[in-house]
Write a protein of this length. Sequence first.
Length: 324
Amino acid sequence: MIAIQALFTTTGGPEVIEWHEVELPAPGPGEILVRHEAVGLNFIDTYFRSGLYPIALPAGLGSEAAGVVEAAGPDVPFAVGDRVTTFGPAQGAYASARIARAADWFALPDDISAETAAAALLKGCTAEALAERVVALRQDDWALVHAAAGGVGQILTQWLSAKGIRVIGTVGSAAKQALAQAAGAELVLLSSEADLVARIRAATGGQGVAAAFDGVGAATWATSLGSIAPRGTIVSYGNASGPVTGVALGHLAAAGSAYVTRPRLWDYYVTPQERQAGVDRLFAMLRSGAITVSIGQRFALKDAAQAHRALEARETVGSTVLVI
């Protein structure tokens, strides 16, 4: 099979993404050849491309995809024609087809479309880990979700709301407020508001939030710290505005013995059983309607650089998929 695949040989802006035509060999033991139907776009893709997250070069790009098995090597649990999906950790999803390690893939149920899987799997499993594994929240606790109209933000807001958590969301523009409200946030504030911390504390009766889920990073760290309740937890899980650096432990003490964690999904999805349990829980939430995935925009696969520019400019809403 002939496939087109993205490759970058040096780190930098979206312009470093190159496209190559390759002939795929037959899959070996433990491998499958997957023809992609949809590919997910995630902020972590830009971290690898820019060099924020080191990776050996040359490298493929993208970790999230859904498609159909076209060929299978020995010792794999899939057969030709099976629908499958993955969220990594291997890079290389920006491709029309590829050879992949079967252990990284999951059976895709017939009632979940390839676009939904590509839009939701990594973001949804991230939300599952954040809401179910990283921090323990009780019904009626308050939580702050930054970028609540984004791909992870919308799913996380829905997930927390389904658990009875009261969510305050922040968004980058007035146009995104309705999206966060539709996801279940009780209060949605603009991240640029000068009195943001005061409004969050007022909404929580002065107590602050039990958890702040912060995928934005440097630009929102002060708001997360100022909004946290005594013994609350700041969950800093992304760097959309740049990494948080120079955290002073004394600030956590002054905030009421607050906690901070910088989780990585793969530290919570270590074993095959942990990964399958998270995927199964996500599929169940999708089937129940507790979570719906908003695909805000679609780009052709070879327009991935354009999609990166839109993502980094915060011009996207919900999830973005690259279509083949």
